[in-house]
Design a protein around this ligand. Structure first.
Ligand code: ZN
Length: 349
């Protein structure tokens, strides 16, 4: 087994011919069949870029949807997109007009199955697909039907599970649920968040991952992070519950992060997707910097459990910066492998 197989947390920038660039909620620049074709072209480019960068588990870079939550929900029944409710999401970190849930959610069709099959047919490597997690979906929609967030989350977990099983059948190797809401509502995570996540992953035989994070490097997040103090210990409350769950991999940010690396010690039974690329900075890391972050993680976990990753999605970055960071991630993982193979060789003198 190759040590330190690299992967990415999820999104990559949309090419300028596909959608507005450097935005979290971009508009598509095409429509109809031309848009469908352009999304596939963009996914192909990013698969190739990832493979060339030495990324072991590649993804579509979320080229098939605009926002990571609403993009998945667009064709789901039970949501009124015209009934907008102003809501402070992630515990009032951003105020957004969100659509309203007016009935039990139901998939009108498979959302990403055909797209996953397309990506599968264009890479021989491992393929990851990301989906929004049930709690994060519920924190990005207004509830006009259920009355209890836990009930709404469980209903969405059921349709996520239908989707995930189809993605697995299409040849996806890793299904990752994105739960940035997990470090905001820590009590809810323990009360019902993990249960809904496990419901979403029920019956999957492929690897399953959860990505928790402190968000994209956008203004509202940077301000929020300033309020969290020198050490971010939110994960301390939820990691024991996540470690006890059936989810096999945990993605978290370790590059330029205030999360104490020692918290990795609370996940002794999980594969760790160690964020070694800072998505809040446009500076491309050096391979040495990436390898240093992996070395820090090695103090907390065996090499066999570490997969170098990005801190979060790279959608808001420029395409050139994202490509540069992919290269740094792949080279950094390679450097970490060579350091690990010969740990006693002096680097100088
Ligand atoms: Zn993230």
């Amino acid at each position: 087994m190759m040590l330190f197989p690299a992967t990415i947390a999820g999104s990559l920038p949309k090419p300028a011919w596909l959608a507005e660039t450097e935005k979290l909620w971009p508009k598509w620049l095409l429509e109809g069949p031309a848009l469908d074709q352009a999304k596939r072209d963009a996914a192909l480019i990013w698969i190739k870029e990832q493979e060339d960068a030495g990324i072991a588990t590649v993804s579509d870079g979320e080229q098939f949807r605009t926002h990571f939550v609403h993009g998945f929900l667009e064709t789901v029944e039970g949501i009124d997109w015209n009934l907008k409710t102003k809501m402070g999401i992630r515990n009032n970190r951003y105020i957004v007009d969100v659509p309203t849930v007016t009935g039990r959610p139901k998939r009108s069709r498979a959302v990403h199955r055909d797209e996953a099959a397309f990506c599968r047919s264009h890479t021989a490597g491992k393929l990851k697909w990301t989906l929004p997690g049930p709690m994060t979906i519920c924190d990005t929609l207004a509830d006009g039907h259920f009355g209890r967030r836990a009930d709404m989350a469980m209903a969405f977990a059921e349709i996520l599970n239908e989707e995930a099983l189809e993605l697995e059948a299409a040849g996806v190797d890793v299904i990752q649920f994105d739960e940035p809401a997990f470090n905001v509502f820590m009590d809810d995570v323990k009360e019902w968040g993990i249960a809904t996540l496990e419901r979403a992953a029920r019956g999957l035989k492929c690897a399953t991952a959860v990505h928790i994070c402190y968000g994209y490097g956008i203004e509202a997040n940077l301000k929020w992070k300033e309020t969290l103090g020198a050490e971010w210990r939110q994960y301390e409350e939820i990691f024991p519950a996540i470690n006890a769950s059936s989810i096999s991999q945990v993605s978290l940010e370790c590059a330029n992060s205030h999360v104490p690396i020692s918290l990795l010690g609370l996940l002794p039974d999980k594969v760790l997707l160690v964020g070694a690329i800072d998505v809040a900075s446009t500076t491309v890391e050096t391979p040495e910097k990436v390898a240093d972050t992996i070395e820090q993680a090695l103090k907390q976990a065996d090499a066999e459990r570490i997969q170098p990753c990005t801190n979060c999605g790279m959608a808001p970055l420029s395409r050139a910066v994202a490509a540069g960071k992919l290269g740094a991630l792949g080279k950094g993982a390679e450097l970490a492998r060579s350091r690990h193979a010969a740990p006693h060789v002096a680097e100088s003198g």
